[in-house]
Every structure is written in C-alpha cells, then in structure tokens.
Design a protein around this ligand. Sequence first.
Ligand SMILES: [Zn+2]
Length: 136
Amino acid sequence: MWLDTKEWLQYTKGANMGDLTQNFDLEEYACKCGCGVADIKQELAVKVQQVRDLVGRSITINSGVRCARHNGNIGASETSSHIGGWAADLGYKGSGERYQLLNAAFQIFDRVGIAKNFIHVDVDANKTAGVVWIYS
Ligand SMILES: [Zn+2]
C-alpha cells in the first residue's frame, strides 16, 4: 500500500488535475479555519482517491486536517483523527450519493462514520478497526 517517495510523487504529479492525488488538491484537505495547516497523511489521501475512483464523480472534502483550535471551536472530540491528518469527511447529498459513498468507503476503509451530509473516513491506527458509527 505504501509508496516510496518517488512513486508518491509520480502518483501525485503525474496526475492531470489535483496537486495531491489525481482529483484532489492539498488545499482541499487544509484546515477550514484558514490557518494553513494541511499536513494530511499520504495513506489517507491515497485511500480517499480510491473511493473517488470507485464512485466516479467528484467528492467534496468537508473537513480534512484540523488545527487543535479549529477542532475545539467546532466542538469536535479532543482526540479527533482530523487533528493528525488521519481523517476526512466526504460530503454527499441524498440517499443515492450516501449509498454510493458508503459502498465505496467500505471497500477501502475500516473506520467509517455516517453523518447526515458527510461520511467520515480515517486511517487512525490508534483507534479500533472494523467499526461504523453514526453521528446523532
Ligand atoms: Zn486551523
């Protein structure tokens, strides 16, 4: 799964659209507060791209990396995987897109959270694998 640096650069720079992976720019994963923090983990970005490849349409990153302050400001858990760049919230609209996104996410990720307008996915090895949770 892991690419060496040369392979990673080819994966990212050989692509035709995004500057991080084929369809995503690093900016899309940057902290939404505007602080500039954008240290997203490679493993996550590669897997999100794989989900995007499976669904075959654009996906909005509602939240990628978060600085601790922004994470606190939005009331998220202090142990959120977003802080370390291990997580992304993938936006969707409606039950059809939810189905597509979940179907793809379950093939790629083993930690999935379901919210009304996004699917959380992460690669946080310090948390339990093989889980799905629902945001109430
Ligand atoms: Zn921030």
